[in-house]
Design a protein around this ligand. Structure first.
Ligand code: G6P
Length: 611
């Protein structure tokens, strides 16, 4: 949700700024811009992608050594040149880039207009930069103080980076709600919304906390709170390799990430399956595990794909550990005044660890006495830092906007968690516990087998690429897989798709079935098999086209339906990890065949740091 980049040092800022924007483009990509500090601000911005900004800059040799840049996901004002960041203050003393939403911008704007300020854009960000200008008196108060005063008037979320013409050797950054990372180089500092732009420049970073403000020059870094008190921070190491953030030989990041899943699931297991494959070790939960074992209730919260992973978690935890589980959209949970008490455990599932709704819901749960845990992918993210304990998914950086490997890593963690909890509570035998661990250990190899059938899946995708609607059906833990399959398709191909619990089909969606509707049914051999075969018959009777995810060798269904995606046989507890793979590939190929921009789908953003 908007990417911010900043540089202070002795070198030209431009190369880092542009490259940084490219790495953050997955956060938003409707317009881009940059500003360099000097006696006046040098500003370049335009609607479109970072590549359009590069063309806009053209042959201009931008020399500045202190600069800020931005790639936008529009909140206030349509994506156009005027609304692109950075925004300049009216008198031109300040340029600012912003991630987040200033909720009281309308009142602030009214006051500023009364004080003679004029505005060029429709954004809340231009209000903030002018508010800073309003408090600023060149020669009397410093830029830092004006920024602090302006931020004290702001209601809402922000990550900002600001440059000032009178103090052109410095960059001021601040955050509340939107992430910011400072990379520490040799005589230079890098700022970004996440650590990816700094890879290749430095391994040492500081993740700013909420309400931190940093004043950065090439030779100094001062971090204080917004109230001007010393801030607590620590230097962390980022151990990502460049290869992790490049596409390599793949046409898209999404395809690369789908194909990475055998490895990312191995990485999620790493250090978590005991040598003898008879126990699960979740080091991050060690201190709180006795409390979880006694939990009265577990509430899983998340958004989007993470919410689907939570639904799979619900089936597994209730089935095996026998603790009541509720799954909530974080955006609903935070506002509906939920009843919570000390015996409750609330687990946030989040790839980015920055999703605003999830973070705020978690804080609310903490205030009400619940134990709060996180299942996050991004190390050092806000949710990871604010929770009592947690488990990292270790899927590696996910760049494709449509989540794939992060989903399977989340489901893997939740499966490990459910089984460990079940065993600790005496709900499963040690024989079953180790049998399940063996099953899990086989998953990467089984996914490799499914990936090998990608060309067949592509052929099937070609048959259905022109449909306008699609229906996805599943039962049990495969119902959330159907939801996730439908989400993948609509996100990247813009084909309308709905996921349904197969048993619910007759209560509405069956009305849609005709010979134009592809119906994707997830029906491997498990104890729902007979039931779901009946659902298939109901669709067939109405001439629907059925694409079924089946267990290898299921000749009965192969005969009955139009097309099949085969997955290897597995225990139902781990089948969600297999069943989703062909659905990811199916959506990917349909989107490619429809000519869609798979990695940067229309209107979406990877990390949603506004509500
Ligand atoms: C956005 C992304 C989704 C993601 C959701 C939740 O909508 O496009 O892929 O599932 O946010 O994000 P989180 O980082 O909390 O998992």
């Amino acid at each position: 949700m908007c990417g911010i980049v900043g540089y202070v040092g002795s070198k030209r800022a431009y190369p880092f700024l542009i490259q940084g924007l490219k790495r953050l483009e997955y956060r938003g990509y409707d317009s881009a811009g940059l500003a360099l500090a000097g006696k006046t601000v040098e500003l370049h911005k335009c609607k479109g992608r970072v590549a359009d900004l590069e063309s806009h800059v053209g042959d201009n040799n931008l020399e500045g050594t202190v600069g800020i840049a931005h790639t936008r996901w529009a909140t206030h004002g349509e994506p156009n040149d005027r609304n692109a960041h950075p925004h300049l203050s009216m008198k031109g003393h300040f340029a600012l880039v912003h991630n987040g939403i200033i909720e009281n911008y309308a009142e602030l704007k009214k006051d500023l207009v009364r004080n003679g300020f004029e505005f060029q854009s429709d954004t809340d960000t231009e209000v903030l930069v002018n508010l800073i200008e309003f408090f600023y008196r060149a020669g009397e108060i410093q830029a830092e103080t004006a920024i602090r005063l302006a931020l004290s008037k702001v209601v809402g979320a922000f990550g900002i980076a600001v440059i000032c013409t009178a103090e052109s050797d410095q960059l001021v950054v601040a955050r509340r709600g939107s992430p910011l990372v400072v990379g520490i180089g040799e005589g230079e500092y890098f700022v970004a919304s996440d650590a990816t732009p700094v890879i290749g420049y430095t391994k040492n970073v500081i993740y700013l906390n909420d309400n931190d403000l940093a004043i950065i020059t090439k030779s100094s870094l001062t971090i204080k709170t917004l109230e001007d008190k010393p801030a607590v921070f620590k230097i962390s190491r980022v151990d990502m390799a460049i290869g992790e953030i490049e596409k390599g030989d793949f046409a898209h990041f999404m395809l690369k990430e789908i194909f990475e899943q055998p490895k990312t699931i191995e990485d999620t297991f790493r250090g978590r399956l005991s040598q003898g494959r008879d126990a699960i070790v979740l080091g991050g939960l060690l201190d709180v595990f006795p409390l979880i074992v006694q939990a009265k209730r577990i509430i899983l919260i998340g958004c989007g794909t993470s919410w689907h992973a939570a639904l799979v978690g619900e089936y597994l935890i209730e089935t095996y550990a026998r603790i009541p589980v509720e799954v909530e959209y974080a955006s609903e949970f935070r506002y509906r005044n939920p009843i919570l008490s000390a015996g409750d455990v609330v687990i946030a599932i989040s790839q980015s660890g920055e999703t605003s709704d999830t973070l705020v819901a978690l804080r609310m749960a903490k205030e009400r006495g619940a134990t709060i845990l996180g299942v996050c992918n991004v190390v050092g993210s806000s949710i990871a830092r604010e929770t009592d304990a947690g488990v990292y998914t270790h899927a590696g950086i996910e760049i494709g906007v449509a989540s794939t490997k992060a989903f399977t890593a989340q489901v893997t963690v939740l499966t490990l968690f459910a089984l460990k909890l079940a065993f600790a509570r005496g709900e499963i035998t040690s024989a079953f516990y180790s049998e399940m661990i063996q099953e899990l250990a086989l998953i990467p190899e089984k996914i490799t087998t499914i990936l090998a059938s990608h060309l067949k899946i592509k052929e099937i995708a070609a048959k259905y690429k022109d449909a306008t609607n699609a229906l996805y059906l599943g039962r049990g833990a495969l119902f959330p897989v159907a939801l996730e399959g439908a989400l993948k398709l609509k996100e990247i191909s813009y084909m309308h798709a709905e996921g349904y619990a197969a048993g619910e089909m007759k209560h509405g969606p069956i009305a849609l079935v005709d010979d134009n509707l592809p119906v994707v049914v997830v029906c491997p051999k498990d104890h729902y098999y007979e039931k779901i075969v009946s659902n298939i018959q109901e669709v067939k009777a109405r001439k629907g086209n059925i694409i079924a995810v089946v267990t290898e060798g299921d000749t009965v269904l192969k005969e009955m339906v139009n097309d099949v995606f085969e997955i290897p046989e597995s225990h139902p507890a781990v089948t969600p990890l297999l069943a989703i793979i062909p659905l990811q590939l199916f959506s990917y190929y349909i989107a490619v065949l429809r000519g869609c921009d798979v990695d940067q789908p229309r209107n979406l953003a990877k990390s949603v740091t506004v509500e």
